[in-house]
Design a binder for this molecule. Structure first.
Ligand code: SF4
Length: 160
């Protein structure tokens, strides 16, 4: 597979400071959550640019793979602040930022009927001992919870 590489113009879309912050964050979160960054680094780089650009614009690393009617309002909610609720609950990243060794999203914890299951089938977790902090807490307490969001000028903390 050949993919386009990010150009200098792409990299210039986000500030260097927030690019550095997000690279550090995604590497740390992959390790802590027992997932991997995509084997095609250009995919990760495009996503890091998108996340850093959102910190520049909105003050928070809003997921770069969704369409938002109102980005400002969405940034005030924690649902799609990276690492989003789906990642922290199901260890599923639809952007392919946090994946298994082969670059596939982890889908084994997704509920039946979720589009990730429909698209990819069951992709098992390479390290069940790590990650899914929110999902594991919900299982323990027997109730649906919301993850706590970061302060507005910070990337989400690398809780996994
Ligand atoms: S973890 Fe969630 S917010 Fe972060 S890139 Fe993946 S899908 Fe988007």
């Amino acid at each position: 597979m050949t993919l386009d590489q990010p150009s200098d113009a792409d990299r210039a879309l986000a500030s260097e400071a927030n690019m550095t912050k997000m690279w550090k964050y995604v590497r740390g979160f992959a390790e802590k959550s027992g997932s991997f960054l995509h084997p095609h680094q250009e995919i990760t780089e495009f996503l890091v640019i998108g996340l850093a650009k959102h910190i520049d614009e909105l003050g928070r690393p809003l997921c770069p793979c969704n369409f938002y009617v109102d980005k400002e309002a969405e940034a005030k909610s924690s649902e799609w602040i990276c690492a989003c609720d789906e990642m922290q609950r199901y260890k599923y990243c639809h952007c392919l930022l946090f994946v298994n060794e082969d670059g596939l999203p982890i889908t084994e914890y997704l509920p039946e009927g979720h589009e990730g299951r429909e698209i990819y089938g069951v992709i098992t977790d390479p390290d069940p001992s790590k990650g899914r902090a929110l999902g594991k807490l919900e299982e323990k307490r027997g109730e649906a919870l919301k993850k706590s969001g970061p302060k507005p000028d910070e990337a989400a903390p690398p809780s996994a």
